[in-house]
Every structure is written in C-alpha cells, then in structure tokens.
Design a protein around this ligand. Structure first.
Ligand code: ADP
Ligand code: ZN
Length: 221
C-alpha cells in the first residue's frame, strides 16, 4: 500500500505514520526525519536544510524531491511506503506523480489529518522528541514514563529547535500558504480522506486505520 499523510505541522502525521508502518510492515519515509538526521551528522545536505528549517521555511523543492526520489528507489519501498511530510508543495506533488508514474504506480490513499490552528500551537510547544529513535512525546498529552528518557529506546528526549513558539507560527503560515493547496489537489484525484486529529493518539489511530481499511477495500488494494 502506498499511503500519504497530509496535515499541518503537529497534526500527528509522524506518530500515526510510525503506527501504520509497523502494522503494514512498510517503510515510513519522513523528509523531516531525513533532514534532522543530516543536520545532526553535519552533512552537506544538513547544512543546507538547516538554514530553512530553523526559519520555519520549506527546504527548496529541487533538493527535497531528489532525496525522496533516491529513497523510493530502495528495495524496501517495493511493496509500499508511508510518506510523511512529503509532498509539501504543488511542484513536489507533481514531481512525485512523475516519479511514481515512471514505475507504473501511484499513491493509493491520502489521509489528511485535520487539527485547528490554536490546537497546533499548543501541541507543538509541548512536543518533545527522542534524539535517538525519533519517537514523539508531549509534556501533557503523551509524557514519557520516566522524565527526559525515551520509553522505547532509552534515548534522551528534547524539544526540537523549530518547536519554539516564533518558529511554530512561521511554520503554520508556511503550511497554509504552500501545503494546504494539496488537499484540493488530491481531492480532485479522488484519493483524499480527511480524519479529525483527536487529542488522544489512539483515537486518531482508530480513525486513521478505519479510513485506510475502508479506502483499501474501495480501491481493491
Ligand atoms: P512538522 O510536520 O512537525 O512540521 P517535519 O519533521 O515534517 O515537521 O518537518 C520539519 C521541517 O523540515 C519543516 O518545517 C521544513 O522546513 C522541512 N521539511 C520537511 N519536509 C519538507 C518538504 N517536503 N519540503 C520542504 N521542506 C520540508
Ligand atoms: Zn527513542
């Protein structure tokens, strides 16, 4: 299954993508995670991406598309994948269509996780992330059992630089301006399913899984 998750920053795409990835045994491809990994390891790509990310801006399309194109060539993507945070602009979506069409495939299902702006700001400012495995936590909604330590891998839990309030506001503006038009784009293709991002992770997961199963049946996947 080739699944795409859409939604504002902090809507819970990463969390749900990890769950779907385990359930369907297909890779979770997060451009944000790829950029963060490169920033941490101080690669050329990391240096370039950092300039944009810390301002709440998008990394240029050309660079981003190239990374995803390479990632999709890997063997583990053959039976499907979950895209999280890509595409984020119309040109990226068009490039993705081209890449997949070349191989005679396409996206099967787009799940849009909807969360109101006010709630996004609350969620992101309380979000924490494991430095080692990337799992997300929230100080209030989803705290780690032992403070500052990841329950999954024991890694250190920190606040992401771009989760500071000023950057969060910029990221939301960027989302509305550049990413939201994708909702229409996929709606027109008949691939879009919208679920409401709930406060409790498992409630959103229930909705997402139900939607994916329903869409899979409908499209005979
Ligand atoms: P979130 O969904 O919480 O904003 P991500 O981890 O998906 O977080 O992305 C973090 C940052 O990485 C974004 O704010 C953006 O600067 C950059 N980024 C991620 N994916 C893309 C993309 N597809 N195109 C351009 N920039 C991206
Ligand atoms: Zn961890």
């Amino acid at each position: 299954m080739r699944i795409m998750l859409l939604g504002a920053p902090g809507a819970g795409k990463g969390t749900q993508a990890k769950i779907l990835s385990e359930k369907y045994n297909i890779p979770h491809i997060s451009t944000g995670d790829i950029f963060r990994y490169n920033i941490k390891n101080e690669t050329e790509l990391g240096k370039k991406a950092k300039e944009y990310i810390e301002k709440g801006l998008l990394v240029p399309d050309e660079l981003t598309v190239k990374i995803v194109e390479e990632r999709l060539k890997e063997d583990d993507c053959r039976s499907g994948f979950i895209l999280d945070g890509f595409p984020r602009t119309i040109p990226q979506a068009e490039e993705l269509d081209r890449i997949l069409l070349q191989r005679g495939t396409g996206i099967d299902i787009v799940v849009n996780i909807f969360v109101k702006d006010e709630e996004i700001v609350q969620r992101l400012s309380g979000r924490r992330v494991c430095l080692k495995c990337g799992r997300n936590y929230h100080v209030k909604y989803n705290p780690a059992a032992s403070e500052g330590k990841c329950g999954e891998c024991g890694g250190r839990i920190v606040q992401r630089d771009d989760d500071k309030e000023e950057t969060v506001i910029e990221r939301l503006k960027t989302y509305h301006r550049q990413t939201e038009p994708l909702i229409d784009y996929y709606e027109k293709k008949g691939l879009l399913y919208t679920v409401e991002g709930k406060e409790k992770i498992e409630d959103t997961t229930g909705e997402v899984l139900r939607t994916v199963e329903e869409a899979a049946q409908k499209h005979g996947i």
